[in-house]
Design a protein around this ligand. Structure first.
Ligand code: 5GP
Ligand code: MN
Length: 322
């Protein structure tokens, strides 16, 4: 895909990513937004996602994001869905649906066929931000701000080049991006590793209350609404808890969930690859990647753990049978 080629005749271009935007979602949306504003000066380009976490305020133009979801056009000439299939666009799904041309760029295996008129879905890619770098035909128009946004997306989805989705191509892309000269050690520290005191306290609590099961091959922990309120925490404050659970010795699958409503939980799943958590999540209507996936589930904490366990066990048996 060559992105300018796809949008060059458009007067109005909308860009969105998934609900509860993470680093790759914000980075890819902002990288593409800044690039299209530059190469399509005549067009109205609008980025619409939920308000990004404060750590992303270092990305230029992040305050221009329309988090109120008020569109600049009734019907967009082009609407671009990033890092998600359309059902995860939240309030932006209707703008995508009604657009004259729909473009989908994503790397989720659960969205392998894409949901646009034009699709660039590469499940082996580290991140959607890496794919945005691919589709930018005129690399000479990339500047420090665009490079920084895409770099942030890549480091967030690879755990700073740690996860197995990091490929030689990912590193080559990152190498080219850092040549634009932004302060990458500071970005990694401030957007990825740094935690507020509250975030560390909740992490501690989640680890303290975690439970091992299936002979130590699985681990689960949960934060309920009362605890969230006690710490005055927002969902973003819980980022990283599930991967910390996953690094427990012997654990093949980690479950972390936080309560979003009466009998409703947002579930995060991580695995070392033995369990395909994308399939586990997809069974309950969610999705993601083989080693990292998510889903929203209804029921009590125990019901949800039981239901997930059955699917995880099935997967473990399948791999053991081979
Ligand atoms: P997280 O656990 O960090 O929320 O998400 C892990 C991965 O699964 C991310 O790539 C995220 O986009 C995806 N994911 C999380 N929740 C859902 C969901 O409810 N539906 C789908 N399709 N994907 C999800
Ligand atoms: Mn992503």
């Amino acid at each position: 895909m060559k992105i300018f080629e796809e949008v060059k005749d458009a007067k109005t271009i909308g860009i969105s990513g998934h609900i509860r935007p993470d680093g790759d979602c914000v980075g890819s949306v902002m990288g593409l937004y800044l690039y299209l504003k530059k190469v399509c000066p005549e067009a109205q380009v609008q980025a619409m996602i939920e308000k990004p976490a404060d750590i992303f305020s270092c990305i230029r133009g992040v305050e221009e994001i329309s988090s109120d979801f008020k569109p600049v056009a009734e019907v967009f000439d082009v609407y671009i869905a990033l890092d998600a299939e359309k059902s995860r666009l939240g309030e932006a799904e209707k703008f995508f649906d009604s657009a004259k041309k729909k473009i989908n760029i994503d790397h989720h295996i659960s969205n392998a066929s894409g949901c646009g008129d034009v699709n660039y879905v590469v499940p082996t890619a580290s991140s959607t931000s890496e794919l945005i770098y691919d589709v930018i035909e005129d690399k000479s128009r990339i500047d420090e701000d665009i490079a920084k946004a895409l770099y942030i997306g890549i480091i967030h989805d690879t755990g700073v080049f740690q996860y197995s989705n990091t490929s030689p191509k990912t590193l080559k892309t990152a190498a080219e991006l850092i040549s634009y000269g932004f302060d990458f050690p500071e970005i990694i520290d401030k957007t990825f590793y740094e935690k507020t005191y509250i975030q560390n306290q909740i992490l501690g609590r989640a680890l303290l209350e975690s439970i091992l099961f299936m002979d130590g091959r699985c681990i689960v922990s949960m934060i309920d609404k009362k605890t969230m309120a006690f710490y005055n925490a927002v969902p973003h404050d819980l980022d990283g808890i599930v991967s910390q659970l996953r690094s427990t010795k012997g654990v093949e699958c980690a479950i972390f969930m936080y309560q979003t409503g009466n009998m409703e939980y947002k579930v995060s799943l991580r695995s070392n690859g033995v369990v395909n958590v994308s399939e586990v999540a997809a069974f309950f209507g969610g999705g993601g990647h083989v080693k990292a996936a998510g889903v929203t589930m209804q029921g009590t904490f125990y019901d949800i753990v039981n239901n997930l366990s059955a699917q995880i066990e099935k997967q473990l048996k399948k791999t053991e049978g081979n």
